[in-house]
Design a protein around this ligand. Structure first.
Ligand code: CTP
Length: 219
């Protein structure tokens, strides 16, 4: 079969790590950036698989959405699909820590004063990019300080082709907001800044820029 459509795998939203059946640790990622990227990728003509943590957004048209909850589920889902994609964009804000112990029953508040121990969640992006064959791998760097410097470190450490650096933790851009500012940095040192602008507009800019690196398969 002669395949001409670019296959894009995108992760979006947050992940949750439960410590009892009704309580979890997480972060406030809304999934808006990842979902905007999925829409922009569909608009440019790519086939899009969207691996999504829990969000309250409607499914973007013409994408296949794979809902996941935990970091391990996200790793599993991305692992299965990565060999078949041309580009992975890891926009999810993966929760980095999980409670060491999961309590099978709801913890009663009478036993309130207890200490929760955490262990690291697997680095999905680093694990997957080590398996690169032909794929372009794009990460996001959510930072509150030294944004570009930390983003460049993640680009190298996680063996990425591009990283989208973004400031989080302040009102107006980043988590939960409809707006964002992104600096897209390539492995070869190119740098492009987008925004402040709507996440929709920025997503289009990012996808167009990445598209210049991707020739349709079979051409
Ligand atoms: N990421 C991942 N798995 C994790 C943590 C992060 O795949 N367990 C991915 C994110 O989706 C993002 C990139 O790695 O594309 C960078 O995530 P970020 O939260 O900025 O950094 P961390 O690697 O978690 O490092 P730190 O929290 O120390 O800044």
């Amino acid at each position: 079969m002669n395949r001409t459509q670019i296959r894009c795998l995108i992760s979006a939203g947050t992940t949750r790590e439960y410590f009892d059946p009704v309580r979890f640790v997480s972060n406030p990622s809304s999934g808006k950036m990842g979902y905007a990227l999925a829409k922009a990728a569909v608009e440019i003509g790519w086939k899009v698989d969207l691996v999504s943590g829990p969000v309250t957004l409607p499914e973007p048209d013409h994408t296949i959405v794979y809902p996941v909850v935990t970091g391990d589920e996200m790793l599993q889902c991305i692992s299965e699909r990565f060999p078949y994609c041309d580009i992975l964009i890891m926009a999810a804000a993966v929760c980095d820590f999980r409670p060491k112990v999961f309590q099978e029953q709801k913890v009663k508040k009478q036993s309130a004063s207890w200490t929760l121990e955490f262990e690291p969640v697997v680095d999905i992006l680093k694990t997957i990019s080590a398996r690169k064959t032909h794929q372009i791998v794009v990460g996001f760097a959510a930072e509150t300080e030294n944004v570009l410097e930390y983003a460049r470190c993640k680009l190298i450490e996680k063996n990425l082709d591009w990283i989208a650096a973004n400031t989080v933790g302040f009102a107006g851009t980043g988590f939960e907001s409809d707006h964002n500012s992104i600096t897209l940095i390539s492995r070869t040192g190119e740098q492009f800044s987008f925004g402040p602008d709507s996440k929709t507009r920025i997503a289009t800019d990012i996808i167009r820029r990445l598209a210049t690196q991707l020739n349709p398969p079979g051409q």
